[in-house]
Design a protein. Structure first.
Length: 394
């Protein structure tokens, strides 16, 4: 797009000065308008658009200072360059020129090259400011558009989030109800099975009862885990009942709870670094559930006559339990999803319900703890559970 011709207003009561300035500027491609008084200058500035004003200071009736003052009183002229033409060189006059809104000054008699250079510089600055203002207006318009779009998107996201929360709460409530509804008839069936175990029955019937008992035990374990998960997801950290948990006592309790499985597979449990006095703060019920799930998995996937080691580290206000077995280890394909609910597999994970490791992860989260998994260099899986000695304040 071609640039429009630059227009300059010359204000001087001396016709010779006007003639000289007009010829010089016209010859250099500028469009010129000339006036000989301040009143005429103010009239033309209101009638036309100028890129610069050359303004003589010493004029009758209204001097250049007053003219500039009135020009700048209009906010629309705030970026209009005014160069004073003056024979005065005293500091007070020059100071007044800038105070009135002048951009520059030239002393008479002026040098033509200097005048052209200053005119060109100030018009370029004015044009640059106008372009910047246009860009700013464009940016403000774009920001306004984007703000409207973001507000609309945020509103839609908020609605979607509310709907998801509603669905999530409904799901958690469903799990809770389901767990209760499953356990109620299970209790009756389990009671009946216990009575049947007291009766002498044929071998085939006993095998059937054993199989039924094992299936019901798994179903009961599933319902308990589902209930625990729904409680944690509904209440979060509010589900915690804080208490002192002595590490050695907690570990021994978990081992005792799994003693039948340990003896059946002839697993050796090795404990190291757990002093009697070591304790941390947490929820006894959930911490024991968390540790028992990991220990149970380690035993399940250890070979006959295998070994499970439990090391404890106490440092920097944290207690870490490192449980290592000599089973097949974690397959790479599931390492990033192993704590998701209902991730089933044949190797080192809770393949019976798909909820055990998800429950472990949730328990660690509500305790602001960390869990990590890896494989040992000599094989086997390693699970690290790290708890803060003190629960973080809400």
């Amino acid at each position: 797009m071609e640039e429009t011709e630059k227009k300059i207003l010359i204000v001087d009561d001396n016709p010779k000065n006007i003639q000289l300035l007009a010829k010089l500027l016209s010859d250099n491609g500028y469009s010129i308008e000339t006036v000989m008084s301040g009143a005429e200058a103010l009239f033309w500035i209101n009638e036309d658009n100028f890129d610069l004003v050359l303004l003589d200071i010493m004029m009758p009736e209204m001097d250049g200072f007053e003219v500039c003052d009135k020009i700048k009183a209009n906010p629309e002229n705030s970026d209009l360059p005014v160069i004073f033409l003056t024979a005065k060189t005293d500091v007070e006059s020059l100071t007044t020129a800038f105070e009135k809104g002048g951009w520059d000054y030239l002393t008479k008699p002026f040098n033509s090259e200097e005048l052209l250079a200053r005119v060109r510089t100030h018009i370029d600055l004015k044009k640059a400011k106008e372009r910047l203002k246009d860009v700013n207006q464009w940016l403000e318009a774009k920001v306004g558009e984007r703000t409207k779009e973001l507000k609309k998107s945020n509103k839609e996201l908020a609605q979607a989030k509310a709907e998801l929360e509603l669905l999530d709460n409904a799901k958690n409530e469903f799990l809770k109800i389901l767990s209760h509804e499953i356990r109620t008839p299970l209790n009756g069936i389990m009671g009946g099975l216990e009575l049947l175990k007291l009766v002498e029955l044929p071998k085939e019937t006993e095998d059937f009862i054993y199989m039924l008992d094992e299936s019901i035990s798994r179903l009961e374990a599933f319902s308990i885990k589902a209930l625990d998960i729904s409680q944690i997801r509904i209440k979060g950290a509010d589900v915690i009942i804080p208490d002192q948990i002595f590490a050695l006592h907690m570990v021994n309790d978990c081992i005792d709870g799994l003693i039948e499985k340990i003896e059946e597979k002839k697993i050796t449990i090795v404990l190291t670094g757990i002093p009697d006095t070591l304790f941390f703060i947490g929820d006894k019920y959930f911490i024991k559930k968390c540790f028992s799930n990991i220990l149970s998995n380690s035993i399940n996937f250890s070979p006959e006559n295998g070994k499970v080691t439990i090391d404890t580290i106490d440092e920097n206000g944290k207690v870490s339990f490192i449980i290592k077995d000599n089973g097949p280890g974690f397959p790479a394909v599931v390492q990033n999803t192993i704590f998701n609910p209902f991730v089933l597999g044949e190797d080192h994970m809770d393949k019976f319900t798909g909820l055990g490791l998800n429950l472990v992860k949730l328990i660690m989260e509500i305790h602001s703890g960390d869990i990590s998994i890896s494989n040992g260099t000599d094989g086997g899986a390693i699970v690290s559970l790290t708890f803060n000695k003190e629960l973080p304040k809400p």
